[in-house]
Design a protein around this ligand. Structure first.
Ligand code: ADP
Ligand code: ZN
Length: 518
């Protein structure tokens, strides 16, 4: 069986061997198991359902969330000589009808459909008439409220499957599955969790780094100059940021395109094409850019501002180095960005989801403050698996000496305890420690505390950053209500009792970052 799979890989895709995980995933499906396949972006998930679809009799159905993604996939299949079609809201009723007729005659090996289709009674009736050996659910995290892209219509998939006259094999695929999301997917689609294929989340050709305490624009210009001949993406948080940054780089003679949802279709498409065809080397974009884009020679992805969570970050950063060559993923961190993201969360999400989103944002902030291996931090986030330090990332290659900061940590921790657990945020704690005369400090008589002013040789900003570091080390916890309130974790108590030392690399000289905009 696998022999045949291999020859199809050669014949249709021109590849001589399977990548890590592909073979196991295909085998599991061929054995008739409903299977969850979790692979990082660029890992090669499409082949995992396409090859079984080529081996089964009948028309396999692929659920896919994005119209553009669907069209690209189908075009690629047609080019490889595989008959396929898609059905979504971009088609007229007559076109849908025609494609469904052809599907009934068995003319397609694969039929891509948008999940919203499943809400149509008529469409469901037509599906019942097909012979469907396999249902592949792409971007399966959309099933879960815990995913970053919840789609209510994904929850109809299981009902569709149970209504089919012959039960198909079900395959769910995603790049971003925390254990909770994985559990949700398996539960929703009735997949036995033992039939999960998880491949290494580490991307061996990517080196991650976080740049803190530097002016970002000069850093970026310098970086682009050094990488003039390479192709890369710069993600910015808002449309306005994208416009500004684009104009600025353009003025500096850099060949740059832009992409965000506020542009006309025409401008967006032409900018995208310029970038894909290497007419421009840099793409400045919001997170709207990238889904379904398969440009393999992206050498770097720079995040000009903090993304909203690790899922978005890894998906966006993961667009670098799809060809397997060494590539860089750089995140430019400035504390103000956290406020921007908090604000965006406050504006957009429904109230029910807010605590979750804030918690995810906090984990993103932790990523920026950890001194441990960044790739390892990512892998642990997504899979709760462990890996040795990557040896490539900004932290692994940071040769600065660690300093013992146990004393300072104890000062902070005892101040948090004296101010009351889960009562205040880190900014106020920093003010108390540095002896601020702030109204709130005085009004609450916090200047009477024995820990008041014990770190007054430091700036409030330095102390805040140190608190962030202690949070990233799990010594301080954060509770997300209207305001994030901090408290001392069990680990922090160990430090207070002198049972655990704390080490930190010497912080770089912090300069003030220009607020928000480029
Ligand atoms: P994903 O959906 O996991 O993000 P894709 O299925 O789009 O990834 O595949 C990413 C890239 O890797 C594509 O260009 C694809 O052709 C390529 N690819 C997939 N499988 C292999 C393989 N076995 N050998 C070489 N390249 C592969
Ligand atoms: Zn590392």
């Amino acid at each position: 069986m696998l022999q045949q799979a291999r020859s199809l890989l050669e014949k249709h895709y021109g590849y001589s061997s399977f990548r890590n995980g592909q073979e196991q995933a295909i085998q599991s499906v061929l054995e008739g198991n409903d299977t969850l396949c979790v692979m990082p972006t660029g890992g090669g998930k499409s082949i995992c359902y396409q090859i079984p679809a080529l081996m089964f009799q009948g028309t396999s159905v692929v659920i896919s969330p994005l119209i553009s993604l669907m069209k690209d996939q189908v075009d690629a299949l047609l080019q490889a000589g595989i008959p396929a079609a898609y059905i979504n809201s971009s088609l007229s009723a007559a076109d849908v009808h025609e494609r469904m007729m052809k599907a009934k005659q068995g003319e397609y090996r694969m039929l891509y459909i948008a999940p919203e289709r499943l809400e149509s009674y008529e469409f469901m009736n037509q599906l019942m008439e097909l012979s469907i050996p396999l249902v592949a659910v792409d971007e399966a995290h959309c099933i879960s409220q815990w995913g970053h892209d919840f789609r209510p219509s994904y929850q109809r998939i299981q009902r569709m499957i149970t209504q089919l006259p012959v039960k198909p094999v079900v395959m769910a695929l995603t790049a971003t599955a925390t254990p909770k999301v994985r559990e949700d997917i398996c539960q929703s689609l009735n997949i036995d969790e033992d039939h999960s294929i998880l491949t290494g989340f580490a991307r061996e050709n990517l080196s991650f780094s976080v740049v803190k305490g530097q002016d970002r624009l000069p850093f970026l210009k310098d970086f682009l100059k050094k990488n003039e001949t390479e192709s890369g993406i710069i993600y910015a948080a808002t449309r306005k940021n994208v416009d500004q940054l684009h104009d600025l780089l353009n003025k500096n003679g850099i060949r740059v395109s832009k992409y965000h949802a506020g542009m006309s279709d025409e401008d967006r498409i032409s900018g995208q094409e310029d970038f894909l065809l290497d007419r421009t080397s840099v793409m400045v974009a919001t997170s709207a850019f990238g889904m379904g884009i398969d440009k393999s020679n992206i050498r770097y992805v720079v995040h000009y501002q903090l993304p909203k969570n690790m899922e978005s970050y890894y998906q966006e950063a993961g667009r670098a180095g799809r060809d397997g060559l060494d590539s860089e993923c750089i995140l430019l961190y400035s504390p103000q960005d956290v406020q921007v993201q908090r604000f965006l969360i406050d504006q957009s999400s429904d109230r029910m989801r807010m605590p979750q989103e804030l918690e995810k944002l906090q984990l993103m902030v932790d990523y920026c403050h950890t001194e441990n291996c960044l790739q390892r931090k990512i892998v642990q986030y997504f899979s709760e698996m462990d890996m040795p330090p990557c040896g490539r990332c900004g932290n692994c290659t940071d040769s600065r000496e660690s300093r013992d900061v146990t004393k300072e940590a104890q000062m902070v921790l005892s101040c948090v305890i004296r101010m009351g657990q889960k009562r205040f945020g880190k900014a106020l704690v920093a003010q108390v420690l540095t002896g601020s005369q702030n109204r709130k400090v005085i009004d609450l008589s916090l200047n009477q505390l024995p820990t008041y002013g014990i770190m007054k040789d430091k700036s409030a900003k330095e102390v805040t950053s140190f608190i962030e570091f202690l949070i990233s080390q799990d010594l301080i916890g954060v509770e997300h209500g209207t305001y994030p309130l901090i408290y001392v974790n069990p680990g922090g108590k160990d430090v207070l009792m002198g049972n655990m030392p704390v080490q930190r690399k010497e912080a770089v000289q912090t300069k003030t970052l220009a607020a928000g905009d480029p």
